[in-house]
Design a protein around this ligand. Structure first.
Ligand code: HEM
Length: 383
């Protein structure tokens, strides 16, 4: 089966597949394109498992288990439920909200650093630096370790979907073991995770390290891409930017529409625990299902004129953050960061040009949709 790689836009292909072959087998992988089928798989964890270490099997799984436990992203209930409850306790919407002013300060500083009306890269200037700076501060990583931290985050992002980068994960696990703070009163996320307790159950050292690593894998590149994709989508849509400058209240809808239209995570996977069927197609035990979130979010039966970026639509039903028991734990943080980035950007910058990146500038990833760099030419309000 033909599958486009990162040098091509996937959206035409998705449309064709939604119409002609919405559930398609290729070897032992089943590709799924329609909203209804994808949400039904995501909602049915009893049949469609996330627990991929079971499939990896033997040596690899054992080796990884030495220093980290599997992250909640790749666990099924009941262990998923227990762990998710514990980490959620340290990662509440109120905790996220308490970072709002700090996020604004960081975004505002980054945009001030961009202050010249020349062509410059929005990824290195803003979209990349905001999430990594925020999560480093949340985890309590000192400024002096920030380069190390960025290096790890980049390595993990590159390894996504290509099998685990065990060496980096081990280095990081050792680093986070040193930060565990069972008795202390520090307010950073690692300290909070060290202290949370539900029904007498605390997180183990390996679970804390595994979760810290997951935050980097799941949270940085995705939020970077959301910000870049928003700047690009707004630029391509006549009138939307001036509307944002005049009326910042529209910004949350711009963020939701970007999540739908250029979903930072284009696909996720499950495997079948038993023989079953989906939309009339036979599925065998251990088949892998590749679920195209980016296609579901353009499904015309849910989003009329789905190929058009329109922040005035009701986009909330998008599944850019997944659905069901694995719904993104960082969604409130990602939304807040992207909204603040756009608020600060549109406060300082009256208009901007973009050199539209070619698909070749996209990240070399089967899963993520974003660009390695994107040149913009801002016109600052006060120069
Ligand atoms: C625009 C940014 C983001 C997008 C598009 C995104 C997308 C997703 C998706 C699609 C899933 C579910 C995957 C599945 O079911 O297989 C997920 C899970 C998760 N995300 Fe995000 N994410 C984003 C930002 C973040 C941030 C900032 C964090 C934390 C700092 C985060 C932490 C997590 C965690 C911990 C999970 C696993 C939840 C579970 O398995 O129960 N994400 N995310």
């Amino acid at each position: 089966m033909y599958i486009p790689d990162y040098t091509e836009e996937p959206f035409e292909w998705y449309k064709k597949m939604r119409n002609e072959s919405p559930v398609a087998r290729s070897g032992n992988t089943i590709h799924v394109f329609r909203y209804k089928d994808i949400t039904s798989v995501l909602s049915n964890y009893r049949i469609f498992s996330s627990q991929f270490r079971d499939l990896l099997g033997g040596e690899m799984a054992e080796m990884m288990n030495q220093k980290t436990t599997p992250s909640i992203l790749i666990l099924d209930p009941p262990v998923h439920t227990t762990l998710r409850n514990l980490v959620s306790d340290a990662f509440t919407p109120a905790t996220i909200e308490s970072y709002r002013e700090r996020v604004r300060k960081i975004a505002s500083r980054l945009i001030k650093n961009m202050k010249n009306n020349e062509w410059q890269d929005a990824v290195t200037g803003l979209s990349y630096l905001l999430p990594i700076t925020v999560i480093s501060e949340m985890l309590g990583v000192p400024q002096s370790d920030s380069d190390l931290f960025r290096d790890w985050s980049d390595k993990l992002a590159t390894s996504l979907g290509r099998g685990p980068d065990i060496e980096t994960q081990f280095e990081m696990a050792d680093y986070f073991y040193g930060k565990i703070d069972r008795e202390g009163k520090k307010n950073n996320l690692i300290s909070r995770l060290s202290r949370v307790e539900i029904d007498g159950r605390k997180l183990t050292d390996r679970e804390i390290a595994g979760f810290a690593i997951l935050l980097l894998v799941a949270g940085n590149e995705t939020t970077t891409n959301l910000i870049t994709n928003a700047l690009l989508s707004v630029y391509e849509s006549r009138g939307v930017y001036s509307e944002m400058v005049d009326n910042p209240d529209i910004i949350p809808s711009v963020v939701e529409e970007t999540l739908r239209y250029r979903s930072p995570v284009q696909s996720t996977r499950r495997y079948a625990k038993v023989d079953t069927e989906l939309n009339g197609i036979e599925i065998l035990k251990d088949d892998i299902l590749c679920l195209y979130i980016g296609s579901a979010n353009r499904d015309e039966s849910i989003f009329p004129d789905g190929e058009i970026f329109n922040p005035h639509r009701e986009a909330k039903r998008h599944i850019a953050f997944g659905q069901g028991i694995h719904f993104c734990l960082g969604a409130p943080l990602a939304r807040m960061e992207a909204q603040i980035a756009l608020e600060e950007f549109s406060r300082e910058i009256i208009s901007y040009d973009v050199k539209i990146p070619s698909p070749r500038d996209r990240l070399d990833s089967d899963i993520m949709y974003g660009f390695r760099k994107m040149l913009i030419k801002p016109e600052f309000r006060n120069m």
